[in-house]
Design a protein around this ligand. Structure first.
Ligand code: S3P
Length: 449
């Protein structure tokens, strides 16, 4: 239930030191891609560590609707019998991607060069989000989209019967747009080229190579030119999904917020295109050690040991934004406990996430007694030190899992309890959040007080 049912208010209270091991779920980005590429490969793909959050389960359903055989074999263990590149069948009903922008955008890309028609929808949050950023480049392949005003969902996409390859420079830093174009390029003859001005998460590129596609990447400073040769035969794989750094961010920041804490967060993916939060936390003075560095499932991984530390506000450079785009909400909550201002620039993409995250964080922080400054592309949080965050408010989660979790982390260290009006969206990405934080000693309760 991600905001589709009865709201689930949740309260966080000042907590004793957090202690223990925080095993966070599988990476959401990697999980979506594993199902989609598995569905396009020939043979049986086996996935372990898959995130079983609502977003990914919606993608699994969509892959079934498009003709793949997707089955749960055990906790986090899934098998996908794919249909082969270009083999998607026309779904006989609307595809509902729930809360997931990644799901809907990647799936639209993957079907855009097959001669089928599909209608996509989602929850109230997803229906507000821009889809033109994906349907515009898909039109270059020959796909036709008809949505609501501004290209919003519900939207019907008819894939190109005779797709042509495309060269496309992504106008916004978005791994979803890049990935949609690459997935569409899979079933176009010849070479599809995607140019990004700033590097964004590269899981699609890594995984495409892993499934046997021919893909090259030329780097020129932050600019990347990705060339994919179309119509490969993708070969089924065995994939281990690393744990999600974006989910790890919550117990990591909670341990930094609550005095006396020491938490081990094992097996976290540290792909450089995702690890900007950890760089920022170290700059703020966080005591984090990266133990047992290794490679798992083609991604660099480490165990993170985090101890509560006094923190100082920092300026986050705009060129780092893409590598921590999902972590700004929890960084904003943490910044309230630092000494001095934390300035986050180059963050306007936050306005088109599951909610307008700049606005949602700014309003919630103000309600909790924190001074903020907000511009279209910037958020500054004026920290009040480790014991100086008043709290004592109810904040709105706006159907946004990361807003809900960020304010619950803030409440673990605030002087007065912080209530989130609806914590149910947390199930989209981190179903075990409440149990995990509770297991570390964090005081969360499902209450109206
Ligand atoms: C994602 C890309 C990012 C991120 C989202 C996951 C992905 O979105 O915010 O949570 O898996 O490709 P954008 O591509 O819109 O920046």
């Amino acid at each position: 239930m991600s905001g589709h049912g009865t709201p689930l208010p949740m309260t966080a209270r000042k907590s004793p030191p957090l202690k223990g091991v925080a095993e966070v779920p599988g990476d959401k980005s990697v999980s979506h891609r594993a199902l989609i590429l598995g569905a396009l490969a020939v043979g049986e793909t086996r996935v372990t560590g898959l995130l079983e959050g609502e977003d990914v389960l919606d993608t699994a359903k969509a892959m079934r609707a498009l003709g793949a055989d997707v089955a749960r074999q055990g906790p986090g263990e899934w098998s996908v019998h794919g249909v082969g590149t270009g083999g998607f069948a026309e779904p006989d009903n609307v595809i509902d991607c729930g809360n997931s922008g990644t799901g809907v955008r990647l799936i639209m890309g993957a079907m855009a060069t097959s001669p089928i028609t599909a209608t996509f929808t989602g929850d109230a949050s997803l229906r507000k989000r821009p889809m033109g950023r994906v349907t515009d480049p898909l039109a270059l392949f020959g796909a036709e989209a008809r949505g609501r005003k501004g290209g919003r969902l519900p939207l019907t996409l008819t894939g190109a019967a005779d797709p042509v390859p495309v060269t496309y420079e992504v106008p916004v830093p978005s791994a979803q747009v890049k990935s949609a174009v690459l997935l569409a390029g899979l079933n176009a003859p010849g070479q599809t080229v995607v140019i990004e001005r700033e590097a964004t998460r590269d899981h699609t590129e890594r995984m495409l190579r892993g499934f046997g596609a021919e893909l090259s990447v030329e780097e020129d400073g932050p600019r990347r030119v990705i060339t994919l040769t179309g119509q490969p035969e993708l070969v089924a794989q065995t994939l281990a999904v690393p744990r999600d750094p974006s989910s790890a961010a919550f117990p990591v920041c909670a341990a930094l917020i609550v005095p006396g804490s020491e938490v081990l967060v094992p097996g976290i993916g540290l792909n450089a295109t995702r690890a900007g939060l950890f760089t920022t936390l170290l700059e703020m003075g966080a005591d984090i050690t990266f133990e047992n560095r290794r490679e798992e499932g083609g991604e660099p991984v480490a165990d993170l040991r985090v101890r509560h530390s006094p923190l100082t506000g920092v300026e986050v450079p705009p060129e780092r934004a893409a590598s921590m785009i999902d972590e700004f909400p929890v960084l904003s909550a943490l910044a309230a406990f630092a000494e001095g201002p934390t300035v986050m620039r180059g963050v306007k993409e936050l306005r088109v996430k599951e909610s307008d995250r700049i606005d949602a964080m700014a309003r919630g922080l103000e309600a909790c007694g924190i001074t903020v400054e907000e511009e279209e592309d910037m958020l500054t949080v004026h920290g009040r030190g480790p014991d100086g965050v008043p709290g004592g408010a109810t904040v709105a989660s706006h159907l946004d899992h990361r807003i809900a979790m960020s304010f619950l982390c803030l409440g673990l260290g605030a002087q007065s309890p912080v209530r989130v009006d609806d914590a149910s969206p947390i199930a989209t990405s981190f179903p075990a959040f409440e149990a995990l934080i509770g297991g570390l000693g964090g005081a969360l309760s499902r209450s109206n007080s």
